[in-house]
Design a protein around this ligand. Structure first.
Ligand SMILES: *Cc1c(COP(=O)(O)O)cnc(C)c1O
Length: 406
């Protein structure tokens, strides 16, 4: 992979017409190490957030040795770069053949579930393979309530009374039992962990089983941008959220248990930016070579404001407008789909024009994994960049990407 010191250098050297992903391995390592240092348990990276081999390899180099996986392709992706890593299979609803593959081929010994029929599926395969259930830990996924950019509790999780029954049933069979929850992605309410811990405590007290561990899931918020025209949502820093979580864990009496976290977004968001090109400017409207079917779907559905930077094309001699004035542009994506319009604006210098580039920062989470081949556009060009996005200099704008309904 070619290496550059900044995205500006990439744009000037490559003059790219396709989106270019700028990977920052040192930023990824730093963010992974910061999380590991502040979480009082095992850090299992959630592979679905960004499963690129370069990401998994870099995380392994940074000392991450546990991975939250959800499919055979994810088992293989981790094994390919970190053969001895521990895999935690935390998807609550699994195919029979995938459970077999996990237990037999990949020696996975930790799984999650939220229903008795899932226990039956796992037990059947454990018996068929003649494994000792006492070597396998089944985590019961507990329903949670709260606010996040992505709410997942409507889909997964057992209600507390149901979780009590599941824990007791799992223990009677002879498996080791754990409790887990996942509060959603990019939390918007720092108290969600505390409420989930309170609920876990309620379940533990009624189940009367010895817990082998508590898994607090993901959801830890990444740093994004801010739309200058919207009220800033007050969120404490990650340091403060982690300090609060540590004290809540102790307060609810879970600090003596083995703990696991499954962070994705907070570890990988800052590690990538994407350089997009303005294909056409029509007044206050910009047509770019990326969009919701490529790198920008997570920020669109999650209503996330990304930081952006104007990278002017030096070949353009004449410009109109005031370079110091940040104005809102409506941004249209590359595909022919009329949905592919980012209806909240990008705030960029008035002078931006056809042929210029925009570096959109902090797109490491749920962007590469969610890009599609729609209309034949599939961004897949990568370079390495050594300076963090925040140190790139130049005009700072904001890609405020939100849906029409907002
Ligand atoms: C998606 C997911 C994660 C990662 O969530 P982030 O918000 O990206 O940290 C962790 N655990 C489970 C079970 C998930 O589904």
């Amino acid at each position: 992979m070619d290496r550059f010191s900044s995205a500006r250098d990439v744009a000037l050297a490559m003059r790219p017409d396709v989106p270019v992903y700028c990977f920052r391995p040192e930023v990824l390592k730093a963010d992974a190490r910061a999380f590991v240092a502040s979480f009082p348990g095992k850090t299992a990276y959630a592979v679905k957030t960004n499963g690129e081999p370069m990401v998994l390899r870099t995380l392994a180099e940074a000392g991450i040795s546990s991975f939250d996986v959800a499919s055979p392709a994810e088992f293989e992706a981790v094994r390919a770069v970190a053969p001895d890593a521990e895999l935690l299979y935390m998807h609550p609803v699994k195919a029979q053949s995938d459970i077999r593959l996990a237990l037999e081929r990949h020696a996975i010994r930790v799984m999650a579930l939220d229903h008795e029929d899932e226990i039956a599926k796992i037990l059947r395969i454990v018996r068929a393979l003649d494994l000792d259930p006492g070597e396998i830990t089944l985590y019961v996924r507990l329903q949670t309530k709260g606010h996040a950019a992505y709410e997942l509790s409507k889909k997964f999780g057992a209600a507390p009374a149901h979780a009590v029954e599941l824990l007791q049933r799992i223990e009677r069979i002879g498996f080791r039992v754990g409790l887990c929850f996942h509060v959603g992605s990019q939390i918007e309410d720092p108290d969600v962990y505390e409420r989930a811990l309170a609920s876990a405590d309620w379940v533990r007290a009624r189940a009367g089983v010895a817990l082998a561990g508590l898994d607090v899931g993901g959801g830890f918020p990444a740093e994004y941008g801010h739309d200058p025209k919207r009220a800033r949502r007050e969120m404490p820093s990650l340091d403060r959220i982690m300090a609060q979580l540590r004290s809540d864990i102790a307060e609810w009496g879970f600090d003596h248990l083995p703990l696991i976290a499954e962070p994705g977004r907070v570890i990988v968001a800052r590690a990538f930016s994407v350089i997009v090109r303005v294909l056409l400017k029509k007044g206050r409207r910009l047509y770019i070579n990326d969009g919701i079917w490529a790198s920008l779907s997570d920020s669109w559905t999650g209503k996330i404001t990304l930081p952006a930077r104007f990278l002017p094309d030096p070949a353009r001699r004449r410009r109109s407008g005031d370079p110091a004035s940040l104005v809102p542009f409506k941004v249209c994506g590359a595909t022919c789909d009329s949905v592919d319009i980012l209806s909240r604006p990008f705030w960029l210098p008035e002078t931006i024009d056809t042929g210029d580039w925009i570096e959109i920062g902090h797109i490491g989470a749920y962007s590469l994994a969610l890009r599609t081949r729609f209309n034949g556009f599939y961004p897949d060009t990568f370079v390495e960049v050594t300076s963090p996005f925040g140190e790139g200099g130049g005009a700072q704008g904001f890609a405020a990407i939100e849906t029409m309904a907002d």
